[in-house]
Design a protein. Structure first.
Length: 368
């Protein structure tokens, strides 16, 4: 989603040495152990769900700290960094006020969740609508996934919020209406201690930290959340990085957010080609936003049957055609949106695979 911020033991060795002395006159042929191909650290499924033209994928979270009553779906978001979750229904209601958490001193521990006194506001969205989460930096072990398959993170930093507000209307939204599982690279501007939950796992030798997202199953997007197994591969093998057909893009670094997922590209539509940077964002549920400095209106939808094409600086190419249900696209002028990035929506992931290499700071794209 678009996101901005405010704010051996000795005995065994001796025995082995004696055996070597006894058999030293005998030479056995050397046997080379079979090579073992590194494997991914883990593989999990995600939930797919649709509401009208809006499509979402969710990561199930089934435990937070020592609390086992957690059962929430967090938006799986390649466009932001860090996990955010509403505290309502997780910690005692007596600890939550309209102005924040009841904390004495620097922090408080509640059932394995440490809530610090460091406060922040996170804003998701853009000129077409935004939300704000008010909360605090917290730490906890998180069980991601559910009975279909799950994994426990180390104790990681997260953003625990106590209220969510529409800043335009000042209306407070329902609890857990915008829990986010942000898997982007870099760190959160809310706190440089917060990064993607998937980046904290320790990997085996020759397995890079990161993930690979398989092509989404368009048939599973319905009004009921549908579990799709095997969508998410955690940990990247040499085959993932070198032999699987992904075109790799080095990420650029900035002092505030660390490594950025925005990729330099050329965007073509309606007979014009414009330079731009693209964010491939599972957290944008419906409409791709093309930013064009030459746009004559603040925001205008491309009509159905319009062809849009992109070519990245590393040679990845993709083309789609707009329709009334898929690949909805708007063109905005950055002077209106206050954002120079072109944001590709979740529909991109219906036709392409995506890879993010945290170790080597690279993003991979693959047509499928």
């Amino acid at each position: 989603m678009r996101k901005s911020y405010l704010g051996h033991p000795p005995t065994l060795l001796s025995l082995l040495f004696l055996i070597l002395l006894v058999v030293s006159c005998k030479k056995d042929p050397q046997v080379t152990p079979p090579s073992i191909e590194p494997v991914n650290f883990a593989k999990l499924g995600l939930y797919e769900q649709a509401s009208g033209n809006n499509r979402r994928i969710f990561m199930a979270v089934s435990k937070l700290g020592d609390i086992t009553t957690v059962n929430y779906g967090l938006v799986f978001d390649t466009g932001s960094t860090g996990m955010t979750i509403d505290a309502n229904g997780i910690i005692p209601a007596s600890m939550i006020t309209s102005n924040g958490f009841q904390i004495v001193g620097d922090s408080v521990n509640v059932s394995g969740i440490t809530i610090t006194s460091q406060q922040a506001i996170i804003t998701y969205g853009g000129v077409d609508g935004s939300i704000q989460e008010y909360g605090n930096l917290a730490y906890a072990k998180v069980t991601i996934g559910d009975g279909n398959g799950n994994l426990v993170t180390p104790r990681i930093p997260i953003f625990l919020y106590y209220k969510i507000v529409n800043p335009t209307t000042n209306q407070q939204l329902a609890a857990h209406s915008a829990d986010v599982f942000g898997v982007g690279p870099g760190v959160s501007a809310t706190s440089r201690k917060i990064a993607s939950p998937l980046s904290y796992f320790s990997m085996a030798n020759n397995v890079a930290s990161g993930f690979r997202l398989a092509m989404l199953n368009s048939a599973n997007f319905s009004s009921t959340a549908t579990y799709t197994p095997g969508l998410l591969y955690i940990g990247l093998t040499p085959n993932d990085l070198n032999s699987s057909g992904f075109i790799m893009h080095p990420l650029t670094y900035n002092a505030i957010g660390g490594y950025s997922p925005n990729i330099a590209s050329t965007i073509t539509y309606n007979g014009q080609s414009i330079p731009g940077t693209i964010l491939f964002d599972t957290g944008t549920p419906a409409t791709t936003i093309i930013e064009n400095n030459a746009a004559t209106t603040n925001s205008a939808a491309l009509p159905a049957n319009t062809t849009v094409a992109i070519t990245t600086g590393q040679g990845f190419s993709y083309q789609y055609t707009t329709s009334s249900n898929y690949n909805l696209t708007q063109v905005q002028n950055p002077s209106y949106s206050h954002d120079t990035r072109t944001i590709f929506s979740i529909d991109f992931f219906l036709s392409n695979e995506y890879l993010l290499d945290y170790t080597n700071h690279r993003l991979g794209l693959k047509n499928n």
